[in-house]
Design a protein around this ligand. Structure first.
Ligand code: NAP
Length: 491
């Protein structure tokens, strides 16, 4: 009964949401007719049944992407640009429907889903602008005998793999620059959230994208499907966003065919509140950096290091803000925090919190899963967390904020850097010189200095250490989908 209601809910959104594989511009079932359910995390009930690609389907998608590769790379930049621009406009026009779809399959609060649609659409707009500005260079060789001409060419057919936490934005952050560069695509979305990716390929083709340029293959057999594609020399690039654990596996597979690689992996962001911080600004920033997407973001503040002189004020204001949060189904406009994506994610959060408490931490707010249907966990603030607690070394991926108090800024920097991850860090202080010194000392690809959101389609997003390789967004993002070719010219 619930399934029927939820499926009709998707129909009532009024947008095209394919549930088959999208290959060569048309929807088709899996070769072995297998499917899997997409679950609404707020109810733990299915919302749709989606085809699950086999290895044969993946190779069919590769054939489709390869057949149109020459046509797409030689399409005039202005034409590519206008398709991307139209896709941006269609996404904005359909923001409400797309946001509801994201909430249905991912669980996040509607306000977060709306923000994601806007952010996701902006990648289409930004790369519509970049598509016509792919510049090369021309120089005279130092000896004067010849010219050095460097041009940028598309890297080739790309395999894009995306996670469930931003089902629209993680896809457009890859699709848009790849299309601008002239590449064709096979996209494998996360199995928790395939519907948004399928809705977006329908939008791209409505915007004028030729059939076969983007192919979408949801699959419950991600390992087998990916391995078969990576073993095929026609795949020239893999761009992966997901966990460091899976990233390591894909890096070793990509090594076999020496495929061009971009990796956007896990994070463990420290949030430093220094002695001279404006505490109210730090609390407001901490709420955003921790709770955007209900804490299920690679950029989520994972560990709070607070100077002892401001620790009481910060933690009591932060805890008060947590207490006032409304938790419940994301589709209900009044809820600020939705469920976690699945029971496994909830059990992971539970284990990390219970472990920290067993080591002496106190939950001053929350500290437990919520009863009833769906995968809800109470927003939680933990005090007196031991610096060696597991919760400080792993991605929590939930609405939980562990606080550690420090006396000396150098200790805070040392603890912030004591991780294999290096995606983003946040620093709050009114002393700009100290803020910049700490920003330079922290090992991360991005710093939010008195700012809780770093994600911006116009900026280079990415991590150092085991948080990734390469950059997405900004001008660098399109370069990641090109190879430079050097032509030595006798003039
Ligand atoms: P995940 O488990 O690593 O999965 C990511 C994607 O990889 C999914 O499409 C998944 O498909 C696929 N996959 C899983 N195992 C695979 C394998 N052996 N071979 C090929 N593909 C495989 O990550 P997640 O749980 O979806 O996402 C959360 C993680 O993503 C967090 O660690 C987060 O920090 C990271 N993330 C990073 C960024 C960034 O920009 N750095 C942004 C967002 C998220 P299935 O769903 O079918 O298993």
């Amino acid at each position: 009964m619930t399934q029927v209601t939820q499926e009709s809910l998707i129909r009532s959104l009024g947008i095209t949401v394919p549930t088959g594989l999208w290959i060569g511009g048309r929807e088709r079932p899996a070769a072995d007719a297998s499917t899997f359910d997409v679950i609404d995390p707020a109810t733990a009930q299915p919302v749709a049944t989606v085809s699950s690609a086999t290895v044969d389907d993946a190779l069919l998608a590769l054939d489709a992407a390869e057949q149109v590769a020459v046509g797409w790379r030689s399409t005039p930049p202005r034409v590519k640009s206008e398709i991307l621009r139209t896709a941006f406009e269609l996404m904005i026009e359909r923001r409400e429907a797309l946001a509801a779809l994201i909430t249905l399959e991912n669980g996040k609060a509607l306000a977060d889903a709306r923000a994601e649609v806007t952010y996701a659409a902006e990648f289409f707009r930004w790369y519509a602008e970049e598509a016509v500005r792919l510049q090369g260079t021309l120089e005279t060789a130092p000896g004067g005998a010849n010219r050095i001409l460097v041009i940028r060419q598309p890297v080739g057919v790309c395999l894009l793999i995306t996670p469930w936490n931003f089902p629209a934005a993680m896809a457009t952050r890859k699709i848009a620059p790849a299309l601008a560069a002239g590449c064709t695509i096979i996209l494998k979305p996360a199995s928790e959230t395939p519907l948004t990716a399928l809705a977006m390929v329908a939008i791209l083709e409505e915007a004028g994208l030729p059939a076969g340029v983007v192919n979408v293959i949801p699959s419950r057999r991600s390992g087998a499907v990916t391995s078969s594609l990576l073993a095929d020399p026609r795949i020239r690039k893999i761009s992966f966003t997901g966990s460091t654990e899976v990233g390591r596996v894909l890096l070793s597979e990509a090594a076999k065919t020496v495929v061009n690689v971009s990796m956007e992996l896990g994070g463990n962001a420290p949030f430093l509140v220094l002695e001279k911080a404006d505490v109210d600004a730090a609390v407001a920033g901490a709420m955003i950096a921790k709770l955007r997407n209900g804490g299920e973001a690679c950029t989520a503040a994972n560990r709070f290091y607070v100077h002892s002189s401001v620790a009481d004020e910060f933690s009591s204001k932060f805890a008060d803000a947590f207490r006032s949060l409304t938790v419940g189904a994301g589709l209900d406009e009044s809820n600020q925090i939705g469920p976690l994506v699945n029971e496994e994610a909830r059990q992971k959060v539970r284990g990390l919190v219970d472990g920290a408490i067993a080591q002496g931490a106190q939950a001053i707010v929350g500290g437990n899963p919520l009863d009833g249907e769906g995968y809800f966990y109470a927003p939680t603030v933990l005090m007196n967390v031991r610096p060696d607690s597991q919760i400080l070394s792993e991605e929590i991926f939930g609405p939980v904020a562990p606080i550690v108090i420090f006396d000396h800024v150098d200790d805070a920097v040392r603890m912030a850097n004591n991780t294999e991850f290096g995606l983003v860090a946040y620093v709050y202080t009114t002393d700009l010189a100290e803020g910049l010194r700490v920003s330079e000392a922290i090992e991360a690809g991005m710093i939010g200095l008195n700012r809780a959101i770093v994600s911006d389609p116009a900026a280079s997003f990415g991590g150092v250490k085991q948080s990734g390789i390469g950059r997405e967004g900004g001008h660098d993002g399109v370069l990641d989908y090109t190879e430079s070719k050097y032509i030595a010219v006798t003039w």
